[in-house]
Design a protein around this ligand. Structure first.
Ligand code: RRS
Ligand code: CA
Ligand code: ZN
Ligand code: ZN
Length: 512
């Protein structure tokens, strides 16, 4: 499954769509007649079923489980059948748009607490270089060519202004980002068909999704404009799409450029602080327009440099420097939590947050101590704790009713849990891993698998795993960690490294 996901193009759109519940192109146009609706394609596209791409059929039990997952995600009754309410939801044009929950509350929090994590979501793709070229393969017939080139150049400059990225237009050969105006079905799969005027304005593909990596398509059926109230402003829409082409998902900050809705023409539109933090998490801040040509490497998850400490006090090694974790998650609110015994640590770019560690019960009341594994499911927006033969489910910080529940024997005693970028949850135990969902009663076919077979370069018996807000996947064992390069499908060079320095803000011990 993992391998096929890495290849299946439609799945990349799907991961974005599900994981951040975005408004990416959907094939369920508003007027699609019920009888024409292909629920299998829909469920494949949105990650509820493996993508068989028309080769073979899903067995009814698997299909039913996929339907249940969809129903749970959408708050429908979990019947496992394609009842009218379910079909209607699948066909809804708004399907996949995020819930803009309490946006004002979030904005206020962002202002008052600088540790408030990012609302943007980096799905785990990025360019492994800073100099990116683009090619305008086709233009809209509605505007002059030089106007369009200028609008696109200016849209790119929003991102190059705050990162070490540079963008260069090429007119021949291939390019990293190929731009085109197209209508209807246009060759990137029925799931990406444009829907005529209105609805979806444009879409773009993440980096690393060969062969259409970074490609950006505008719906030629829209009315494209350079300024003014009517129609859709090409530069603003392009700036949003290029955010995806650089690796950003949608933001739940409603006024961010990366929010999934077009917010109208604003001659002075700017990147929101959330867009800026998002892109800088992936590429670093660089020199930008004002800072010269200096390019900095991508900021590591936490500074790996020994940090200069204020005043002359000897560098404290900190009380938590020898800790190893049961597991780590980025929770529903974007905060990073590490679990150890009965304690919970909140991690920031500077190390452990003030006031932490705390008793886990003060944060996740009713969670087990010393969990074997913990994972936050970005798709279902639930946190799962695993311990021995049981698991606990949380919505935000509240335990769901009826938990803990029993785990089927195939899933007992996991030591780490990870949601990979295909949206699936994988449980790791001794030297194997297994895909898991709540509805499974036994391991899916082909599981368990040898950990090192897919996760090349890892120790087989890892103890903690998670995807950080930089979109990268990290594994932990003892007092070291590895970064997994999802592009090459193996651990990055230079690992393992000391957990305490990078994640806990500890300085190395200076021998006396
Ligand atoms: C996107 O995220 N691409 O990367 C798509 C996004 C987009 O097109 N969003 C739709 C939108 O804002 N459309 C405006 C016109 C239609 C208004 C009707 C209600 N409605 C790109 C933007 C952010 C630049 C979302 C949307 C709004 C939508 C829809 C989608 C009705 C389908 C049907
Ligand atoms: Ca459209
Ligand atoms: Zn397209
Ligand atoms: Zn978008």
């Amino acid at each position: 499954m993992l391998d096929s996901c890495r290849r299946a193009m439609s799945l990349f759109t799907l991961v974005l769509c599900i994981v951040v519940a975005s408004a990416l192109p959907t094939d369920h146009s508003r007027d699609a007649a019920n009888r024409d609706f292909d629920s299998t394609t829909f469920m494949e596209k949105f990650g509820y079923l493996d993508n068989l791409a028309g080769r073979g059929q899903h067995d009814p039990q698997t299909t039913s489980m996929g339907i249940r997952e969809f129903q749970r995600f959408n708050g429908l009754q979990e019947t496992g059948r394609l009842d009218p309410a379910t079909v209607q939801k699948m066909q809804s044009p708004r399907c996949g748009l995020p819930d803009l929950v309490r946006p004002s509350e979030r904005a206020a929090q962002l202002r008052s607490d600088p540790e408030t994590p990012l609302a943007f979501y980096a799905p785990g793709y990025k360019w492994r270089k800073n100099n990116i070229d683009y090619k305008i393969v086709g233009y809209t017939r509605q505007l002059g060519g030089s106007d369009q080139r200028r609008a696109l150049r200016q849209a790119f400059s929003k991102w190059s202004g705050v990162t070490p990225l540079t963008f260069r237009e090429v007119t021949s050969g291939t390019a990293d980002i190929e731009i085109n105006f197209v209508r209807g079905q246009h060759g990137d799969g029925p799931g990406n068909t444009f829907d005529g005027r209105g609805g979806t304005l444009a879409h773009a593909f993440f980096p690393g999704t060969q062969p259409i990596s970074g490609d950006t398509h505008f719906d030629e059926d829209e009315q494209w404009t350079m300024r003014g109230e009517t129609g859709s402003n090409l530069e603003i829409v392009a700036a949003h799409e290029f955010g995806h082409a650089l690796g950003l998902g949608h933001s739940n900050v409603p006024t961010a450029l990366m929010a999934p809705y077009y917010q109208g023409y604003d001659p002075n539109y700017q990147l929101h602080v959330d867009d800026k933090r998002g892109i800088q998490t992936l590429y670093g801040s660089g020199g930008g327009r004002s800072g010269g040509r200096r390019t900095r490497p991508t900021r590591p998850p936490v500074t790996a440099r020994p940090r200069p400490r204020p005043r002359a006090t000897p560098a404290p090694r900190g009380r938590h420097c020898d800790v190893k974790f049961d597991d780590i998650i980025v929770a529903h609110d974007g905060k990073t939590y590490a679990f150890r015994g009965s304690k919970i640590y909140r991690l920031t770019n500077r190390g452990v947050s003030r006031g932490f560690p705390r008793p886990r019960n003060r944060v996740f009341r009713g969670a087990p101590s010393s969990p074997g594994a913990v994972v936050y499911d970005r798709r279902l927006r639930k946190t799962f704790f695993f311990k021995g033969g049981r698991y606990w489910r949380f919505t935000a910080y509240r335990k769901d009713q009826g938990f803990p529940k029993r785990l089927p024997s195939a899933f007992r005693n996991p030591k780490a849990a990870l949601q990979w970028r295909d949206g699936r949850i994988y449980l790791f135990k001794s030297s194997t891993y297994t895909a898991w969902t709540e509805t499974l009663t036994r391991a899916s076919s082909g599981y368990p698998r040898a950990t090192t077979q897919f996760w090349r370069g890892l120790r087989p018996d890892i103890e903690a795993a998670f995807q950080y807000t930089d979109g990268e996947t990290y594994f932990f064992k003892g007092n070291v960690y590895w970064k997994f390069d999802s592009y090459y499908g193996r651990v990055e060079a230079g690992y393992p490294k000391a957990t305490s320095q990078a994640w806990l803000g500890c300085t190395p011990r200076i021998p006396k």
